[in-house]
Design a binder for this molecule. Sequence first.
Ligand code: HEM
Length: 136
Amino acid sequence: MQPENLAYALTQVVHNFGAAALIGASVFWLWPAPRRDHARTFAWAILAAWSAQIASGILFGLTSLYYYGETPDLSAVAMTALVIKVCSAAAGFLLGAWFLARGRDWSLGDVKRVFQTQFALAGLALTGAAFLRWFS
Ligand code: HEM
């Protein structure tokens, strides 16, 4: 067993479950009907998932640096996809932190828009992941 493959695989486990948690937490709060009472619990789960994505994304790069002394040489499409993923993760993390810090009195409609945006950002990052994977 090659240690770098194990490092990539374990990082990917965190990354995959983080992606599933982002979609799952936003959908389960929004569907079948948004409820004010559990919003913060789900928002914390989403914030934790964005943190996991950012940390594991960075770990992918660090693993490449450690084992190969460089990060992968990305095509223009793959680099664009990576930038889209990083921007989605940064925006999702900041939105989640903002809602948790300031959103206690926001209307249900506003909270709904926060979760819809989180879902859209997660979808955008997942779409970027497919292009990053196949254009690398
Ligand atoms: C700072 C943010 C992120 C960074 C730096 C990052 C980086 C990476 C890297 C380097 C890979 C491996 C690419 C390859 O196999 O060629 C990867 C794979 C992946 N990422 Fe991310 N990622 C980030 C955020 C996200 C987010 C927010 C999601 C989903 C919501 C996501 C979903 C995925 C998925 C599903 C894969 C596997 C793709 C596949 O192999 O088919 N990533 N990511």
